[in-house]
Structures are given as C-alpha cells and as structure tokens.
Design a protein around this ligand. Sequence first.
Ligand code: FAD
Length: 493
Amino acid sequence: MVRSVRVARARPVIVWFRDDLRLSDHPALHEAASRGAPVVGLFIRDEASSALRPRAARPLGGATRWWLAQSLRALRKSLEAIGGTLVLRTGPAASVIATLARDIHVGAVFWNDIAQAPHQAIAADVESALASDGIDSQIFPGDLLVEPRAIRNKDNRGLRVFTPFWRRVQALGDPPKPLPAPKKLTPVSGVASEPVDDWDLEPTRPDWAGGLRDTWTPGEAAAQTRLKAFLDENISGYSDDRDRPGRDGTSRLSPHLRFGEISPRQVWYAARFAAAEQPRLAGDIDKFLSELGWREFCRHLLFDVPDMADRNLQAQFDAFPWKRDARAFKAWQRGLTGYPIVDAGMRELWHSGVMHNRVRMVVASFLVKHLLIDWRAGEQWFWDTLVDADAGSNPANWQWVAGSGADAAPYFRVFNPILQGEKFDPEGAYVRRWVPELAQLPNDLLHQPWTATPIELASAGVELGKTYPQPIVDHKQGRERALAAYAKIRRKD
Ligand code: FAD
C-alpha cells in the first residue's frame, strides 16, 4: 500500500536503450524499476549527432539495420508484457531526450555505458543538456565484462596482446552477477512513438532479407534459448568443432551480443555454471570464454583507437602497395573466385548475414594477400553484410588477418585456401552446401576442381569457366606477389 502511494507520486524515469536491447541484466532498467517510478523505454535513431562528429559512430550496414528492426519489435513486446513501453524517436539524442524529459516531467534518465568514443561523446551531450534542465542522469556499466580503464599498462594504455590481456581479465575474478529482468513496470501512458516500419530499416525493393529471416530470430528470448541450446548440446567438443565450418559447433551468439540482447556477463555465468555441473566440459568452456575474451579485447582496443576501421594499427602498412582491382573485388564479393572454400564463405555471408570464423579468416586473407586489396574494402563489405557487424571486432579481426593490427598474424603467413578447405572441411559439407554446383565432385577434388580431369568434371556436371569459375589468381603466384609487396614495406621500414 505504502509502495503504491510512492509509485503514484514518483516522477517517471527514461531508460535510454542503445546496444543493450534486453530486459535482463540491464543495470539502467533494473535501477529504474527498483525505484518504483514509472518507466519509459526510449530508443533514438540518431543519425544527426553521429554525422556531425569528427569520430562519427558508423551508420549501420544493411544487415544490421534489418536486425535492429526485428530486435526493437521484440524489445517492445517484452516491455509491454511487463507493463512498460518503448518509445521510438528520431533526432540528435541530446535534444530528443531533453524535449521528452520536459514533456513528461521526468525525474531522471538512466542508460548503460558503451565504451566507444562516439557513443560516449553523444552521451556527454545528453548529460549536459539534462544537467542544464536540472534533471539527474545516471550511467551504468553493462556492455563488457571489464571496463577498459580497469586494464591498463604502466603507460596507462590498453594492452595490445591478447594473452596477457585475457590473463588480467581472468585475474580480476568473476564479473558482477547478472541482474534479473524486472517483473513489472509502471507505465507512462500517452507518449507518442514513431512506428518502426517508418524507419526504413528493412529492404523492400529488392527484398534481399529472405535468407536472414530464414536463418535468425532476433531478440532477447531467442538469444537466451540459443545460449542454453549451445551449452546443453554443442559445447562438448567446441575446442575442435569451432574450426569446422560444416558442423554446428559454435554458439552463433555474435549478433545477439552485438545488439546487447544478451550480456557477456550472462554468457560468462551460464558457461561457468555448465562447467561446474559437468567438469569434463571445463576445457571446452574455457576455450569458449576465451573467444568471448576476444570480443572484449577488440572493444578495449577500440576504446583506445576509435578510428581503428580507418587506420593501420601498425603504421608501416600505410605504405603498403594495395591494388585497385574492381573485377577481382566483385568476384570475391559474389563468391566467384574459383576457390571453393572462399566462395562458400562469401555466399554464406550474403545469404545468412554471418560466416563461420575459420572461413572469415580464409576469405579475408584471400582478399588482402592473394588479391592485394586493401583490408578496409573487405571490412566495409563485412560491415554492410554481417548481422553481427561490430565496431570493435570487425576492424580488429581484419587488421589481425592483414598483419597491420594489434597482436596480428604475421603478414607473411598466407592462408592456403586449398589446404584450409581440405583440413577444416574434409568431408566437404560446407562447400557442398554453399557451392552446390560442385556438390557431385569427390572430396579429393572438391577444394581444387581445376585439378580434375575432363572426365571427372563431366561426371560431376561441372564445366569450369561456365558452371563454376576458374581460379581468378593462381595460389602460388598470389602468395609470391603478396610476399614481394610485403618485402617492399619492410625495406622502407
Ligand atoms: P563462438 O565461437 O560461439 O564465440 C562466442 C563469441 O565470442 C562470439 O559470439 C563473439 O562475440 C566472440 N568471438 C568469437 N571469436 C571472436 C573473434 N575472433 N573476435 C572477436 N570476438 C569473437 N565477430 C563479431 O562479432 N563481429 C564482427 O564484425 C566480426 N568480424 C570479423 C571479421 C573477420 C575478418 C574475422 C576473421 C572475424 C570476425 N569476427 C567478428 C569474429 C568471429 O568470426 C565471430 O565472432 C564468430 O564467427 C561468431 O560466431 P559465434 O557466435 O558462433 O562464435
């Protein structure tokens, strides 16, 4: 009784959602709900303040725009199910929030931090706009296991090598326990919202999102189901299976993590719990958590290097003799390079908005080394087509493959697309799925169809140059050309 009087009198709290489209383990929402105040969930389409900044937040690519639309619908449903609401507005965040705050007489605005320069700059504007109106704002950690400022070297810089970084994270012990989702929210009625359909986030003409719809269910509930299914059914053998693109051997949580439909702390605790229940899984779970560590590492790097998608982390690569080759780039984008594992990966990406991690490394290496095309072009294509396109993980991994990054693979290590295919897709399940025109070839020819005799090709229904391309570059020559290009920048260095 006493509580409901307090609620009736409390001024509303705005919870500003960004890349944290979930109800559970959402510190800002949790705090708002536990105050008993009426809660307005708010999501802002803010292309204006991003565009104005020198270190702009990147506009979303096509696949992430599609994901965002589905995820917002799922979030609205979950909020409404507990009595809350989700308001969508367009404009610069500071003025949208200040206007809404005045209109509905809010007491405070809460949000979770995103430790990325453009997001923090926009949030700082919001904070000062609210402060000048005398409105309280509170910011909570919620996107990472460990905040970047907690892991610094002697020079107060973030760590550039993964293994010591991950050791430091682990030495800090378990992160704070995930928070439960609020059971009930007190709504604020009559707050106008833009319809998500008006935001043009989904493709129409042409509607290329059929493969994404077939592959994914965005939203928090699906993320939780996915995590549970992975830990129940697929974690055993993860350390090896994670390298086998033909198997369902990884969690497929990356887009859910990208949009904060699930938090890394929730993944951490669920995995630790599974390891405690079944000690024989400990090795696989440690490996899985270390992959989550790579996400963390990439985000910490981004905190220190906000322009990581534009700039080589190793400056010697500024002089690298990249080639402009529009035809080769197009063949790579379309999965028509003549190398089956590369083409399978690029077609998986186009259809489903993701690509297996092992194959991401192979296709990226092929672009950068065999074709000598600047890693930034590949990174941008991934940014447009991946549903998990992440401002930290995407450029960090591209730079890792290119050799220009932090803790990078050495440039002279050139992935051999034939051996990679034979080693990691030995039964050809992955290539046969995504390059069906080669499906009838036997395993020993599948990853190098150009070595087949005319009879072997004919009996598999393959006509090289017609039904499937000849390799656009010879592997050996491509490799030697890449090493020669690298030698040039080493000499300059
Ligand atoms: P799991 O093996 O189940 O791993 C669990 C989680 O750990 C993932 O969901 C992801 O959040 C994280 N993770 C795993 N590997 C990495 C890694 N190498 N770097 C950072 N985090 C990792 N991942 C993205 O989330 N977004 C990207 O934009 C992205 N771009 C990439 C570009 C290239 C060139 C390469 C080589 C890798 C890229 N990755 C990216 C990393 C990795 O390929 C994906 O995270 C992984 O394939 C997602 O599948 P999963 O969720 O089943 O992974």
